[in-house]
Write a new protein. Structure first.
Length: 286
């Protein structure tokens, strides 16, 4: 899923070394937990006939798509592909805990460098990964060439990192979260030129026929899932690292007050905290 994070080119961002990889893995796990129902609804919507048997999750992160697909297609085997050892380790651990280790393989690969030998595939899932590619058109052609007749490619792209605060918050610096995202987005624009792109025309140009398209808007209140607060702290803390040198001093001080887990003005003490995100889904056949 799209994050305001460093580029990775083939999975879910991590150019801050091992500590950064672990932090991103935590964010991906929180995203999976908070948005599990919405991910399941996307998988249930997929225009598939007979259940696919050979599935690949490209840029799998810590496995949100992998396990949603395994649950939806009980006869399927999923190969999870990512460049991060930490992400793949978490996928393996989760597969063992869920009793589905025999249905999951992991492959470490930089998809901008070389296409791994994945065999012929019935379904390819690419969630929040295409916009990280240096050449998504080339990747789409590679996917097309690996799909079986009638096989399906699913692309899921968020509109940005989730938002957690209303526009009028915090009281002393209204609109702070939006300004943080604006600064982070400007810094990421050169690294991630395809973020926010309309992948529909790219899919058609690569030889796909669009079988379905939908926009999924999700709002999850902090009162409904306590993980929303942890997600906000972790995600906005990571954004702080990216914007601290550019953000106005007053904004940075207000952000630090929000990120204080024990402070009286911290995120966890707010009753208006909610995760808000929008994701576009394309289902396409070669």
């Amino acid at each position: 899923m799209t994050q305001t994070t460093p580029t990775h080119g083939h999975g879910h961002g991590h150019e801050y070394g091992q500590d950064g990889r672990v932090a991103m893995a935590d964010i991906l796990d929180l995203d999976a937990e908070v948005l599990a129902e919405h991910t399941a609804s996307i998988v249930s919507w997929l225009p598939v006939g007979d259940g696919p048997r050979r599935i690949v999750d490209l840029g799998c992160g810590t496995g949100v798509g992998t396990f949603a697909l395994l649950a939806r297609f009980p006869e399927a085997h999923v190969t999870a592909v990512d460049s991060s050892d930490e992400h793949l380790r978490r996928v393996q651990d989760k597969a063992r805990e869920a009793g589905v280790a025999g249905r999951v393989d992991t492959v470490r690969a930089d998809l901008d460098a070389a296409w791994p030998d994945l065999g012929r595939l019935d379904l390819v899932w690419a969630s929040a990964s295409l916009h990280h590619m240096a050449d998504p058109d080339r990747l789409l052609r590679r996917v097309r060439d690996t799909l079986t007749p009638g096989g399906l490619l699913v692309v899921v792209e968020p509109d940005g990192f989730p938002r957690f605060l209303p526009d009028h918050a915090p009281e002393e610096r209204p609109g702070l979260e939006g300004r943080c995202h604006d600064v982070a987005d400007r810094g990421a624009a050169e690294r991630l030129p395809h973020r926010g792109a309309d992948f529909g025309p790219m899919l058609v140009a690569a030889g796909f026929e669009i079988a379905g398209e939908r926009i999924v808007t999700a709002t999850v209140e902090h009162t409904r899932s306590r993980s929303v607060g942890r997600y906000a702290l972790t995600g906005l803390g990571r954004i702080r690292d990216a914007v601290a040198d550019t953000l106005a001093a007053e904004d940075l001080a207000a952000l630090d007050r929000l990120l204080d887990p024990d402070g009286p003005h911290g995120l966890l003490r707010r009753d208006d905290l909610a995760l808000r995100t929008t994701r576009t889904v394309w289902a396409a056949r070669a």
